[in-house]
Design a protein around this ligand. Structure first.
Ligand code: ATP
Length: 862
């Protein structure tokens, strides 16, 4: 069959020929007629490659995946960590300190800056890796003909010579020479920037045609917006047009979101304020007659202390953890900002079929010639009696149902499953229960395919007979049947009702909606049951408890939709039936105009605009098209409504954890700055030296603060209303708390410094330990923003005790290790000092809990 295989295989091997020649050969595909391209890639258009040849080519040429992008090297990425205004200030501080002759101090500052950069680099690298792994989880598939049979395989298994079948909604999986089309239109904007879909055709185009004009080719990464067709793979992986663009531009994954940008701006502002204060305090001190060198040191300490160095890394890590938690619950985030937005979602617009219901259709009734036949049996098992037994009218109705049908049912491991559209598979099952099969149907010669907009399907068979099936009111347009009483009554029971009809078209008349209008004869109705997903019921209720409105958007009949909605306690005005994709878009826009944050589900090509417009576009991983997935912010791998709820829950938890980290870290910085400012203004010795301040910031931000990113969600996250997206990260209440804790830390460290009896070094060591122990205590406060006593056990976050243990070990080193004493100007302290530190920490903890309690009661009263 494929005689040239061996020769061609050699020719295809990358690098087996001079580049210029390979170039010419590749660009030739669009200019050659199909019958010349086919032998070039050694294949057969009808039967495709054999599995054996395909496997050999795959082994030789590698998978059909874009080559791993070499991002900027690790040196550059590490250096990028220093590109941060906060770090500039620290470097400036190091330079100043060494200019003053304090070489040891300067080296410590530098060492800490270095460690900080390293930690930041490692954290970011890990977050990026986690995100990359997610991308791989959304597997793309392609339909390929091998050994004469069409099968679905993972796109990365495609090889040159494979014959690929394209359908509406597919992503073109490799560079294809188009060999057959059915009104095939492709959106090539990813490649050419042209937003209008391009019609494809097997006819060759001139050799010098530019990419956008090569209508005989379908390029990898572009999207089939309508129609379908077949193509022969002529390029895979890096050897595709998109592969070349990829090489040129390189992929730059950013882990930036509106929130991280907001925080970056905040840090910038903070830096300037801190610098201003530092300079001001130094000037005040010098004017008061203090030595210049001492004042510069103090100013440096202030700057170093007040800068929240750990903030950027903590945000990235928290977001990354949120993303992987969502993935574990079957929600794949495609765009990082979605993680933040999810927590603020106020409306979820969800599909009915497959998301709220199981999309497991079973025909319950067949109505023909005024007789209602009840169909028994379960699932897709094609057995079960029909009462009363079907007569000729019902028979013809069921025959039309299997004729006008692309699905089938097969038995696998003892269970019958649907292959293709469940609605159609249900019709196949019903027909088989009546003893009918596709063998009873004359061959199909033409069709009008089902689309969500068309809402019906028609097939023409040899002999001129045309079968129609679809939404009742659509079929009525062709039959003129205006009596919908039975259909409405069945729909009101929550059943999906389809009408069937038959027509005769002369051979020379084209199959169009116009030609059928008024020429069809009604055959009857079928009504099928699609059970609501039991777990979705609880999920809808949970969303409602969380202050999120749930709306059902469906292409189905209003009565059917309402009956299903009633199962979920959704009111009538939350049901949008017979909705077209354009209406979906308008619905999103309308809700957004009312200030809502909208999550919208979708699966078809035409849903893409609504998915893009929605604040959270949600695509179905199983039933959805590639187009919808590409447009979405989040993909549900199980198509289940419960997963949306889970994602919202995790989104809220992420937001909580970010706020927890921020309100934990800011008081430390603020208090450190204040301690030094106060010392200068009062003209007393510094209770904490610059290097010590830096030590506190660096060790606690990572060992203590970061553990908050791993906090599990609190049980009440879904019992509060969504936070408005315009809400600042820090509300008034949280700002008050930051000020309160800063004041406690300030008073505590000052008191400790002055109460200590011993050397200045010992007093400073104590002051530092007061700071750190109070931070540990405050960490427990921060495990819950509003609840007294965390509702989640400590065992749920093992990082937290581990972090505390690490901090304790570091503090002991800091206090007792001789080399640390030299580096950080510390000195060993006694048990009384530790007791004092513990007492201050306990007071700090109690003060914050009391503040929470007061605020709770206060809020209750108002
Ligand atoms: P959603 O998933 O948003 O709840 P849906 O799946 O119920 O929507 P569609 O699949 O767009 O909606 O179907 C819309 C209508 O088209 C159905 O109510 C039915 O009448 C008709 N229909 C559905 N599937 C087919 C089919 N395969 N052939 C003919 N008509 C169909």
């Amino acid at each position: 069959m494929i005689e040239q295989t061996e020769r061609v295989d050699v020719g295809l091997r990358r690098g087996a020929m001079p580049l210029a020649m390979a170039e010419r050969e590749r660009s030739a595909h669009h200019g050659l007629p199909v019958h010349e391209v086919v032998p070039l890639v050694g294949t057969d258009v009808t039967t495709g490659l054999t599995g054996e040849v395909a496997a050999r080519r795959l082994a030789e040429l590698g998978p059909n995946a874009l080559p791993e992008q070499r991002g900027p090297g690790w040196v550059r990425r590490l250096l990028a960590q220093f590109h941060n205004p906060l770090i500039y200030v620290l470097l400036g501080a190091a330079a100043l300190t060494s200019a003053l002759g304090e070489v040891v101090d300067a080296s410590v500052v530098l060492a800490v800056v270095l460690v900080n950069a390293l930690v930041g680099y490692l954290q970011e690298a890990r977050a990026e890796k986690a995100l990359d792994a997610l991308v791989a989880m959304v597997r793309t598939e392609a339909t390929v003909v091998r050994d004469g049979v069409a099968t679905r395989i993972a796109s990365d298994e495609l090889v040159p010579g494979d014959v690929v079948v394209l359908e509406e909604g597919d992503q073109v999986p490799a560079d294809l020479r188009v060999v057959a089309v059915r009104e095939l239109r492709v959106d090539e904007s990813a490649l050419t920037g042209e937003s209008q879909p391009v019609a494809k055709d097997p006819l060759p185009v001139p050799h010098d045609a530019v990419l956008a004009d090569r209508t005989s080719m379908a390029y990898s990464g572009t999207l089939v917006t309508s129609g379908g067709g077949r193509g022969v793979v002529v390029g895979t992986g890096g050897d595709t047009e998109i592969g070349r663009v990829h090489r040129l531009v390189g992929s730059t994954r950013t882990v930036q979101t509106p929130l991280t940008r907001k925080l970056a701006r905040f840090s910038m502002l903070l830096t300037w304020v801190i610098l201003g204060l530092a300079v001001l305090s130094a000037v005040v001190g010098v004017l008061r007659g203090e030595p210049v060198a001492g004042m510069v040191t103090a100013a440096v300490a202030l700057a170093v202390g007040a800068i929240p160095e750990g903030l950027p890394a903590a945000v990235t890590v928290t977001l990354a953890i949120g993303v992987s938690r969502m993935a574990r619950r079957n929600a794949i985030i495609r765009r990082l900002p979605a993680v933040e937005t999810l927590g603020s979602t106020t409306v979820i617009c969800t599909d009915k079929t497959g998301t709220l219901t199981a999309n497991a259709m079973t025909v319950r009734w067949v109505v023909a010639d005024g007789v209602r036949h009840e169909v028994t049996g379960v699932g897709y098992t094609p057995t079960g009696p029909i009462h009363p037994e079907v007569g000729s009218a019902a028979r013809e109705c069921l025959l039309a149902g299997t004729a006008c049908n692309d699905a089938d049912v097969v038995e696998r491991d003892g269970a019958w499953i649907a292959v293709g559209d469940p609605t159609e598979a249900a019709l196949v099952v019903a027909a088989r229960k009546a003893g009918l099969s596709t063998a009873d149907v004359p061959a199909r010669v033409d069709e009008l395919a089902f689309t969500s907009q068309r809402r019906f399907m028609a097939t023409r068979h040899t002999g001129g007979v045309v079968y129609l099936k679809g939404a009742v009111e659509r079929i009525a347009e062709f039959t003129g049947d205006t009596d919908h009483t039975t259909a409405d009554e069945l729909a009101a029971r929550g059943l999906r009702v389809l009408a069937l009809a038959k027509a005769h078209l002369p051979e020379d008349t084209e199959l169009t909606e116009e030609a059928l209008r008024g020429h069809a004869r009604p055959l009857g109705l079928v009504a099928m049951h699609d059970p609501p997903r039991p777990e979705a019921q609880a999920a809808v209720r949970a969303c409602r408890d969380a202050g999120i409105e749930v709306r059902m958007i469906t292409g189905d009949h209003r009565a059917t939709a309402r009956a299903i909605a009633a199962h979920f306690d959704l009111p009538d005005d939350a049901v949008h039936a017979r909705v077209s994709p354009e209406e979906k878009l308008r619905l999103v826009e309308g809700l957004q105009a009312d200030g809502h944050v909208v999550a919208m589900t979708g699966d078809g090509v035409n849903d893409a605009p609504a998915l893009r417009r929605a604040d959270i576009g949600v695509a179905m991983g199983r039933g959805g098209t590639e187009v919808a997935k590409q447009a979405a912010d989040m993909v549900l791998t199980d198509d289940d409504f419960t997963t949306i709820r889970a994602a919202v829950e995790e989104g809220r938890a992420v937001f909580d954890n970010l706020r927890k980290f921020i309100i934990w870290t800011l008081p430390t910085n603020m208090a450190e700055g204040l301690v030094i400012l106060t010392a200068i203004l009062l003209g007393t010795a510094l209770p904490i030296l610059p290097v010590q301040v830096l030590w506190i910031n660096m060790t606690t931000a990572v060992a203590l603060g970061l553990t908050l990113a791993f906090e599990p969600r609190e049980p009440d996250v879904m019992h509060r209303p969504p936070l408005p997206p315009s809400l600042p990260l820090l509300t008034g209440a949280l700002l008050h708390r930051i000020l309160l804790v800063s004041a406690v830390l300030l008073a505590g460290s000052f008191a400790a410094f002055h109460l200590a009896d011993g050397t200045v070094d010992q007093a400073r060591t104590l002051a530092v330990n007061v700071f750190v122990t109070a931070q540990i205590a405050y960490l427990f406060n921060c495990r819950s923003l509003h609840n007294l006593r965390p509702r989640v056990g400590l065992r749920a976050n093992p990082w937290l005790p581990a972090g505390i243990a690490l901090t304790a070990a570091l503090q002991l080193l800091f206090t007792y290790a001789p080399f640390m004493n030299t580096l950080f100007h510390t000195a060993p302290i006694g048990w009384k000092d530790w007791a004092l530190a513990a007492a201050i920490a306990t007071v700090a903890y109690a003060v914050v809990e009391a503040e929470k309690w007061w605020r709770r009661n206060h809020a209750h009263r108002t």
